[in-house]
Design a protein. Structure first.
Length: 137
């Protein structure tokens, strides 16, 4: 496995340990899906996000819990885009798009100072399915 750096970001706060934690891996294209799943399991946060390239958006993000891949995770999206911005991994923009398993989503980044960044994410429209009861495993 290539050398992997997992960053710990806390979304929705400026105080370490007080927000919603997410693991962030900025070199997701170097990993297989099985490796991403194993990393998320080892990190142990509710979600770990993996930045990947996209042919249809500015970037892609894949989201894994310790047990499975998810279509979208709001706080991990915000944390990943903040990491990308602060580490200058994408061209400096105020709007960008991300590809997720929930679709391509637009984001707006407003940096009013070096210490404050607002990231606004539009989510895909909800879909509803009939409830068919719980299953026991």
């Amino acid at each position: 496995m290539p050398s992997i750096q997992v960053y710990h970001y806390d979304a929705f706060t400026t105080k370490p340990g007080k927000g919603n934690p997410a693991g962030i891996v900025l070199n997701g294209d170097e990993l297989t899906e099985i490796q991403m799943q194993e990393i998320a399991y080892q990190v142990g946060f509710n979600e770990t996000a993996f930045l990947v390239e996209s042919e249809i958006a500015d970037c892609g993000i894949r989201f894994f819990t310790p047990g499975h891949e998810m279509n979208l995770c709001g706080h991990a999206t915000i944390a990943t885009i903040y990491a990308v911005k602060t580490q200058k991994l994408l061209v400096e923009k105020s709007t960008l798009t991300i590809e997720t398993k929930a679709g391509v989503l637009p984001l707006t980044i407003d940096s009013t100072s070096d210490k404050e960044t607002d990231i606004i994410m539009n989510q895909a429209s909800p879909t509803f399915q009939a409830f068919r009861g719980s299953s026991r495993i």
